[in-house]
Each structure stands twice: as C-alpha cells, then as structure tokens.
Design a protein around this ligand. Structure first.
Ligand code: SAM
Length: 422
C-alpha cells in the first residue's frame, strides 16, 4: 500500500469504498475508470465525483489522469445539511484522534455540491480546530478560498500525510457522503514531466501528461483489477505485468504518450513521419529514464503511419495528426480543406492498422474535432468506422460526445475515440 495517511477511523477501514473527485472534464475520468474495472462497480455522484466499490489501496490512483483526489468513504449521513454534518464531525472526531501519530495535526475540509458559503466552511473548520485542541492535540487548519481545497493546498499542507486529515463532504441525492482524502494528484510531478523535458514543440501541440494517461488507460491495455489479482500481484507490482506489453504511438511527436507509457510500466514504441520529432522523442525518453527507474524499454523510429509495417506491438495509444493549428476561427472553406486532408490520413492510418492487427484489438486515439460557433465538427473518418473494420466502443458512464478534451478559446479539440477491430 502506498498511501500513508491516517484514516479517520480504523474500525471502519475494512471493505470500504473509494470516492474519487474527477477532473475538469468528468466524463474523461469516468471512461478511464470504466476501462479499469467493471462498470457496475462505478457510481457517479453529482457532477464531479464517483464512488468505486473497491478499497482505495487497490486503486492505481497515480495512473488515473482524470481524477484529482482519492478518498475513502467513511460514512453516509442521512441529510444534505452542512451544519448537521459539521455537528456530526465535531461529535465524533475526538475519539479518532488517537489514531493520528504524535505531532501537529493538519486539518482541512472540502465540500462538493452542498449548499454552503466558503465563509461558513471556514467558520466550521475553526470550530473543529477548537474541538481538536480541547482534546489535547495541537492542530493547524487550512483555510478555504473556495468550497473545496485545491491540489496545491492539500499537498503543501501535507493533508495526506500521517498527521494530515482532509475531510470531504459530497452531496448525494439528499444525503451527504463523508470521506477522507488518502491521495491527491501529484501536480508537481505532472508539471515537471511536462515542462522540464528537454524537447518541446508548441506546433505539434502540447499534450498534457494527464491526458496521455487517460488515452493509455482507454486503450484498454492497462491491466484490469481482475488480471492483476489473477497474476497474484498487488497494485504497486502492476507495472511488472504491464512491462510484458508494448504500447505503440504511431504519431509520437515529442513523446508525451511514450513517456507516460514507460512510467506506467509498458514498453514504449513510437514512430513519426518527421525525423526531427523522432529525435525529440528519443531525447525526451533519454531524459526521463536518466531520472526515473522504469521497468519497460523504449524505441523510436521514423515511419509514415499510413504505410509503415510496425514491429510487434500489443496496443495503440496516441494523439494523431491534428492538422493545421488555428489560433482563431478559420474561414469555413479553409476548415473544410483541412478536415478533408486530415480525414484522408486517418482513413489510410486505420486501414494500415487493420492490416496488422487481429479482431478484438482495442486502441484509443485522440483525433481532432473543430470547435465552431455551431458546435464541434467531427472528423469525417468517424462516420465510416464500420467500413474500415472497426466498432467504436461505448461507455456506460460517459457519452461519446463528452469525450472531447477542449479548453476555452481553442479551435482544435481532441476527441478520444476507442476502437475495437471487428
Ligand atoms: C499532434 S502531433 C502529436 C504530438 C505528440 N502527442 C507529442 O507528445 O508531442 C502529431 C504528430 O503526427 C506526425 N504525423 C503527421 N502525419 C503523420 C503520418 N502520416 N505518419 C506519422 N506521423 C505523422 C507529426 O509529425 C506530429 O509529430
């Protein structure tokens, strides 16, 4: 187990559920979780949370780019009343302090979906501070700027350390789930992987490492909980199973997906039409592996994804050719031309992959979708998937139209498409 936080109560540890707080685009996080465990273990809660019927210690949280907070469910209160929830915490917290090791306790509260002002949360936190002090423990509380604490606040204030405690209150259909954070997304590690690598190129696009993790998870080559259990491994040993598999990114660019694949334990294999990009990926992977231990190996070579015969691979995950970048809405005629050009390349690429894979082969590609005043325009190739020999995979908890990664003001978005070879 790689979480060090002290749990709110040890007697309710066994067999408890996880609750995850999802990222900015919750559908991405839901599809990712559904790629890892059975859909019936997953229950979306409100707009940005989800419970998973698996103990948090068994979830490979740091591989999930779509979730920002991993918590353990402590109890469900039969109302959606913040004040009453705080009363409950005040009453029960003294008996739980014995489980927290000596030293100054760090305490904070995050609230999702309950009707409450930030000021009221701060007042409640101070009230709990008094209760903890009255029980003989020293404590520092983290003030809220918003109803929920952000990742920087949780990490910098050590709320997931043994002396830390972030309590999370989530509105669930007239009830309130009370949970405690056990892990927070490592924003510093993500930023370092993204910004400190030696070769970057704004023109090929800056794929965020979190999104790369999501693409890899959706590619389905991630080992499922059942496979990990069958192989007799625990979650931290999962990488040793992944290293049996080679993940191919046929449009590898500067190698963000390859980097994340290596960190997740896969062998990483990248090809790109542009020799300069091959050099960039190579340099970035050398940089990564000189700093971090990885179990898998990597190789990168030049190749046109529409014609190359690849060396053996087990899965495909990557961001494809997105066409020309646009900083403002293009002329409709220009957009039409770009879309046609990009669609043609995708069609040839998918035909090439179909020639080299078996039925049942699953992959995830992030393809362009263009934001216009009348909504998203989709890649035309997506209308002909059946003819090309693929079925588009659907998720129980996420609609296909929500699997588009888009930032305000961007014209070119990335649509995440999971394909299964027929
Ligand atoms: C959007 S970028 C991918 C960026 C990548 N995710 C990264 O981490 O930097 C698309 C890449 O596809 C490459 N490309 C374009 N057409 C290609 C083709 N037919 N075959 C292989 N690569 C191609 C481009 O050189 C570019 O590096």
């Amino acid at each position: 187990m790689y979480y060090t936080g002290t749990f709110f109560s040890l007697d309710i540890l066994a067999g408890m559920q996880s609750l995850l707080i999802l990222g900015r685009q919750p559908a991405l996080g839901l599809a990712e979780l559904e790629s890892w465990c059975a859909a019936d273990k997953i229950m979306p809660i409100g707009n940005n949370a989800v419970t998973v019927d698996i103990d948090p210690a068994e979830l490979p949280f740091f591989r999930f780019g779509g979730s920002i907070k991993l918590t353990k469910v402590l109890t469900e209160l039969p109302h959606a009343d913040f004040k009453k929830a705080i009363e409950y915490i005040n009453k029960t917290i003294p008996e739980h302090l014995q489980y927290i090791p000596e030293g100054k306790i760090k305490f904070g509260i995050s609230v999702y979906g309950l009707r409450v002002q930030t000021n009221d949360i701060n007042r409640a936190t101070l009230h709990i501070k008094k209760t903890i002090k009255a029980a003989g423990r020293s404590v520092r509380v983290v003030p809220n700027n918003e109803p929920s604490l952000n990742s920087a606040q949780v990490l910098h204030n050590q709320l997931t350390s043994p002396v830390g405690m972030e309590l999370v209150l989530v509105h669930n259909n007239g009830k309130t789930i009370l949970a405690q954070t056990v892990a927070e997304q490592d924003i510093e590690a993500y930023a370092a992987r993204d910004q400190k690598r030696p070769k970057r190129d704004a023109k090929v696009g800056m794929l965020p490492p979190k999104l790369a993790q999501i693409i890899i998870n959706l590619s389905g080559n991630n080992f499922t909980r059942q496979q990990v259990t069958e192989a007799g491994l625990n979650t931290t040993q999962e990488n040793s199973l992944a290293s049996l598999a080679t993940l191919l990114d046929p449009f590898c660019g500067t190698g963000v997906v390859l980097q994340e694949a290596l960190l997740m334990g896969f062998n990483a294999y990248g090809t790109d039409l542009d020799k300069r990009m091959v050099e960039y990926s190579q340099a970035n992977l050398e940089w990564l592996t000189s700093r971090q231990n990885v179990s898998g190996s990597y190789k990168v070579s030049a190749g046109d994804a529409t014609t190359t015969t690849w060396e053996p691979f087990h899965g495909i995950a990557g961001e494809t050719y997105l066409g020309r970048p646009f900083s403002a809405q293009p002329d409709p005629k220009v957009l039409q031309e770009v879309m046609q050009d990009v669609s043609f390349i995708h069609k040839k690429f998918l035909q090439n992959v179909a020639r080299q894979t078996e039925p049942g082969f699953r992959m995830c590609i992030a393809v362009p979708a263009w934001k216009t005043s009348s909504g998203f325009k989709h890649l035309k190739t997506l209308d002909n998937l059946e003819e090309l020999g693929y079925t588009r995979m659907e998720f129980v908890h996420a609609k296909a139209e929500d699997l588009i990664y888009h930032r305000e003001g961007q014209v070119v978005a990335r649509e995440l498409v999971v394909l299964v070879r027929k």
